[in-house]
Design a protein around this ligand. Structure first.
Ligand code: ZN
Length: 226
């Protein structure tokens, strides 16, 4: 199988997305998969969705994508809700219809791709410190050798009962204290998983969030990686 670049949680941060795609191209990786949440939070949801659609072989539905498609932002905190409402405003009808076609979980070859987890593909968070019993159940429900998850914005690489639980972190809003954009490269033949961190123009992304009239916090958090 071909080597895969795994991206997730772009969250409308075009500056971060472009830097990651440049790195992927430099590495010569031909195939890209996106684990969801392309929109929400930041200033460029329409352009990010356009670019991800164009570049990725597989695009999943995340909780923010779902909220934008359905016009349901009420379950989110105020910062996330503003991002969802802004994204819905920015996307044209065709882009909204496209979001509605996406799935939150797909199994292909020996890889299970999901935004959250196999138990709750849109909403469950699987962190490095998720209790062992839950991890074992999640690994079992993957029914694949590799389980690729997004949603937490925190990288993960664990082996549980013979299943690799992997998370590439977030392209557009890293939350592990490192402000650089995060993605990963998987070689399904060898099991090699390489996390990559890419510098991008954080200040420009913050400025765009401000200019878009989005909550300042949606930009400030990018400067802290949280
Ligand atoms: Zn997200």
């Amino acid at each position: 199988m071909a080597t895969l670049a795994v991206i997730s949680d772009v969250h409308a941060n075009l500056h971060a997305l472009e830097a990651v795609l440049a790195d992927i191209d430099e590495e010569g990786i031909g195939e890209i998969v996106c684990l969801g949440d392309t929109v929400g939070y930041a200033a460029h949801p329409a352009r990010c969705l356009e670019v991800v659609r164009d570049r990725a072989e597989l695009v999943l539905l995340g909780n923010h994508d779902h909220a934008v498609a359905a016009g349901e932002s009420f379950a989110f905190n105020p910062h996330a809700r503003a991002g969802v409402d802004y994204s819905r405003d920015q996307l044209d009808r065709e882009a909204i219809e496209y979001l509605k076609t996406l799935e939150p979980l797909v199994r292909r070859a020996d890889i299970c791709y999901t935004h959250g987890s196999p138990r709750d593909p849109i909403r469950e968070y699987v962190f490095p410190d998720t209790p062992e019993d839950d991890l074992a159940d999640i690994a079992k429900q993957a029914r694949c050798a590799f389980l690729l998850m997004g949603h937490t914005h925190v990288p993960l690489d664990l082996e549980v009962d013979g299943v690799r639980l992997l998370n590439p972190g977030s392209v557009g809003q890293p939350r592990d204290g490192d402000t650089r954009a995060s993605y990963a490269v998987l070689d399904p033949d060898t099991g090699a998983w390489t996390l990559r961190r890419v510098e991008y123009d954080v200040e420009a992304a913050v400025e765009d969030v401000h200019d878009a009239g989005l909550p300042e916090f949606n930009g400030e958090r990018l400067k802290a990686g949280m």
